[in-house]
Design a protein around this ligand. Structure first.
Ligand code: BG6
Length: 490
């Protein structure tokens, strides 16, 4: 297998892809013969590229470099400088790939990873076709991995998907949503469908509401150029959070076949009640961080970050009340929130079961019992817990909420594989389960469009503010508290 990384000298390659491939190599799960060829505009020798990769792995790999393993891994790394403009743009890449594949005894099965800005997706796949890099489906393997963002609205997503579809057939296309590669996210299906206790409760009869929080402590960092055009709804909700929602809410698939699972996830997206017009103002809160403190250290406001327009109305926080109009979830609100510069990095899904009846232990309305809550901690401290009520030992009936708690770290030891490890391995194996199909990407865009349209109409009107280091604006609290519920601190 040859893995060709367009954008091979970029940030994603350095931070995620090369460390992931190195860890797969250490685990001995990569194909025995492999070449990893970085492609970028800026020329680099193979040795420079190996040094670049080593620095990335040293800094970002979950496991330290081990000299012997590194040597063999580094020998499989190559770099080719190429542009995607011009008739013969990829000719030097083709010539080099032929030599590398010949020398390493590879048969030309290839994966093309587009770790490049979305404006380059279409020109790059067109060049792949022009250079005859994409054999007919019955020939050698040719797969393409596409990073997010896939467009910035429904229309641009369709344009990108159309351009890809002109060159690759849908089963050859692997659209990354790296949240689907996280261990804990995959475990949602195992938890739901490999245990008899939870699934009978996952419906409107027993569930009061569901919360999904994806909180980040980091600000916009060096990505203002991208983020200014995106904002939290496009950056996190359209993809990651809707996929988490789909995993929690989907019907049991009849098999583990990739398309069966993807069909079920899509059904959830299609069942989302549209939020349009004035309903957006009532059900969606958007906000931007101002100056504040993170862990006691002063942090600038969003508009003071480098690369951000002083009058920017880009949202860095969004909270939504969402309904799924299907039989299972009718009447169960899903509260979703995400933001940058919140107090800590923590992602969690919590399923809040209905209260017990107001008799016996729950008879005292001034001291209501905590409801049963199932929390799925996605990161950090991966695991899940069940909050239940227990009697405090002693002669009186005193009730105290306790937790049945599972931690990946203490149960399985070691560090869980990074999302990109699992995802790269799946592409090598040809398993598309954890990837976004075209219809799902477009269904998600279709659902967020009326929200984006309403915001475009209102401009700054309705954009709330929160100090960096706090849990979002008061409007975000009010969104859930007006229904008699509260956000659960992750
Ligand atoms: C990316 C977003 O997709 O996900 C970033 O573009 C965000 O803005 C990141 O920080 C969060 O990923 P993780 O794995 O760190 O939770």
């Amino acid at each position: 297998m040859t893995i060709v990384i367009f954008g091979g000298g970029g940030d994603l390659a350095r931070r995620k892809l090369l460390p992931a491939l190195y860890n797969l190599h250490v685990d001995g799960v990569l194909p025995p013969r492999i070449a990893i060829v970085g492609v970028g505009r800026k020329p680099m020798s193979d040795d420079d590229y190996r040094a670049f990769a080593k620095a990335g792995v040293e800094k970002f790999s979950r496991r330290p470099i081990e000299a012997h393993a590194w040597e063999a891994f580094a020998a499989a790394l190559f770099f080719v400088a190429a542009e995607v403009d011009g008739e013969q743009a990829l000719a030097p890449l083709g010539a080099r790939l032929d030599i590398v594949e010949h020398e390493r005894g590879l048969n030309g099965d290839r994966i093309y990873y587009l770790a490049i800005p979305p404006t380059l997706f279409a020109p790059t796949v067109q060049q792949l076709a022009r250079s005859r890099f994409v054999p007919p489906p019955e020939g050698r393997i040719a797969r393409v991995i596409v990073e997010k963002p896939i467009g910035r609205d429904l229309q641009s997503a369709r344009v990108i998907n159309d351009a890809i579809a002109e060159v690759f057939q849908e089963p050859q296309v692997y659209r990354i949503d790296h949240y689907l590669g996280k261990e804990t996210v995959q475990n949602i299906l195992v938890m739901r469908f490999a245990n008899s206790i939870f699934e009978p409760l996952f419906n409107q009869k027993y569930v009061d509401h569901v919360q999904i929080t994806v909180a980040e402590e980091e600000g916009v960092g060096t990505r203002a150029g991208y983020y200014e055009q995106a904002g939290a709804l496009r950056d996190m909700v359209q993809n990651h959070i809707l996929q988490l929602l789909a995993m929690v809410a989907m019907e049991p698939p009849h098999s583990l076949d990739a398309d069966v699972i993807r069909d079920e996830r899509l059904e959830v997206l299609k069942s989302l009640r549209p939020i349009e017009g004035e309903a957006v103002d009532a059900n969606v809160v958007r906000a931007q961080y101002g100056p504040g403190f993170i862990l006691g250290k002063a942090a600038p406001g969003y508009t003071e970050e480098s690369g951000v327009a002083p009058a920017s109305t880009t949202e860095t926080y969004v909270a939504l009340r969402v309904c799924i109009d299907n039989w299972r979830w009718a009447g169960v609100p899903f509260f979703l929130r995400t933001g940058k510069r919140l107090p800590k990095r923590a992602s969690e899904i919590s399923v809040h079961l209905k209260e017990v009846p107001p008799i016996l232990f729950n008879a005292d309305r001034s001291a209501r019992l905590d409801p049963t809550i199932l929390s799925i901690r996605i990161q950090p401290d991966e695991g899940f817990s069940l909050g239940i009520n227990s009697k405090v030992p002693g002669p009186h009936v005193q009730i105290y909420p306790v937790k049945m708690d599972f931690h990946y770290g203490s149960t399985f030891g070691g560090s869980s594989p990074e999302a990109y490890e699992r995802l790269l391995l799946d592409v090598i194996a040809g398993d598309a389960t954890l990837f976004m199909r075209r219809d799902a990407v477009e269904a998600a865009w279709q659902w967020v469009m009326p929200i984006l349209d309403r915001w475009a109409e209102r401009g700054r009107d309705g954009l709330a503010a929160y100090p960096a280091g706090e849990w979002g604006p008061s409007e975000g609290e009010a969104l859930i508290e007006s229904t008699g519920r509260r956000w659960m601190a992750p």
